[in-house]
Ligand binder design. Structure first.
Ligand code: 5GP
Ligand code: MN
Length: 347
């Protein structure tokens, strides 16, 4: 089915539903929040629906404003009650239901129609009744923008998208492109231009996202770069942040968001792997320059996946390593071997 037909079908399902709920992935980011808030805002303002956003966990502080004005919950009990009343469930910014983490069993058990709108590789179409999946966009926000434009009441006019939804779309696209540094397509700039023309205050979004750091986050960044980051001769940077690092700097888990990108600023570094201790495991974030696949490394060695240049996964204790102390050596060995294999395959 082409996208126009799918959009028409989604629109008819929206007509048939009174109560519509959205859900996004665990440890939600700006794109998760932006697509959720934009969809919910559209459904309530333009279609008169009772719309609510479910998120399996809190947002980073700098992205929390994106949900302003939307009804939302991170509470599992509330989510379970909401799903009992829901006529249509819209799943945003994840490819497999396992990424809804604490809510996974509730989402799997939901008996009604499930629609997926997402931009990750390898979606699980069998888990959904209707699937919008495109990896050639910056973000779920960009794909949702295209879908909203094709809705009969919006009819290609960005100015008809409700203002809070337009702002949420711009904010989510901005965080997923790292403020236009990666995954920018012609449609991404078109969307930015049309939303600006429609009156979105981008300066305010940038202030909220990037000019509202707490000083201790910057201090932690300095500590990470001077003490924790290891540069390998193969062109990789490996950074392990133990729980003690978070305690010392008074940081929450989400507050090291973006740290993994920094080593790529160093000439010759093509891969950055950052592991954060999180209770009984390490959560791994991987970023790469073009020509090196972050996705393959996450898939092969860290029980994860993601995009070509931005992916993630986990290190399990004791399955992968006997104790947290061995994390750094484990990642250095895996990463050096991975780059060597990639180089051999290319030559
Ligand atoms: P981040 O490093 O920002 O946590 O994640 C970057 C990207 O990696 C996400 O957008 C997502 O596509 C992917 N990702 C992160 N963690 C996991 C994971 O545990 N499993 C899979 N399959 N993908 C992940
Ligand atoms: Mn995304």
């Amino acid at each position: 089915m082409n996208e126009d037909k799918k959009t028409a079908l989604l629109s008819s399902w929206i007509d048939e539903a009174a109560i519509i709920t959205t859900v996004s992935h665990g440890r939600p980011d700006g794109d998760a929040a932006g697509s959720s808030a934009a969809m919910a805002g559209y459904l309530s303002a333009c279609r008169g629906k009772d719309a609510e956003v479910l998120l399996p966990g809190p947002l980073p502080e700098s992205a929390a404003f994106i949900l302003d004005g939307t009804t939302n919950t991170t509470d599992r009990g509330d989510a379970a009650l909401r799903l009992q009343r829901t006529d249509l469930l819209i799943c945003l910014d994840f490819n497999t239901i396992s990424r809804t983490e604490e809510l996974e069993d509730l989402i799997r058990a939901y008996p009604g129609r499930k629609v997926l709108i997402d931009h990750h590789e390898d979606p699980e179409p069998d888990s959904f009744d209707l699937c919008f999946s495109d990896t050639r966009v910056s973000s779920t926000c960009e794909l949702l923008y295209r879908i909203l434009l094709a809705m009969p009441d919006i009819n290609g006019d960005a100015g008809r998208i409700p203002a809070p939804s337009a702002r949420a779309l711009m904010a989510g696209m901005t965080t997923d492109t790292n403020n236009f540094a990666n995954s920018v397509f012609p449609g991404t700039l078109r969307m930015a231009s049309e939303l600006l023309a429609a009156g979105v205050d981008r300066d305010d979004i940038i202030d909220k996202l990037y000019h509202s750091e707490r000083p201790n986050r910057l201090a932690a960044m300095g500590d990470m770069l001077s003490e924790r980051m290891k540069l390998l001769p193969c062109g990789a940077a490996v950074t392990v942040l133990p729980q003690a690092f978070y305690d010392r700097h008074g940081l929450q888990d989400g507050e090291t968001e973006g740290f993994v990108n920094m080593p790529l600023a160093i000439k010759g570094i093509r891969l950055s792997v950052l592991a954060r201790e999180d209770g009984p495991l390490f959560r791994v974030s991987i970023r790469s320059r073009r020509g090196t696949s972050a996705r393959l490394l996450a898939k092969a060695d860290f029980h994860g996946g993601g995009h070509e240049q931005a992916s993630g996964g986990k290190i399990l204790i004791p399955d992968d390593i006997p104790s947290p102390d061995s994390a750094e050596k484990y990642i250095c060995d895996i990463t050096a071997r991975f780059l060597q294999q990639q180089d051999t395959a290319k030559n």
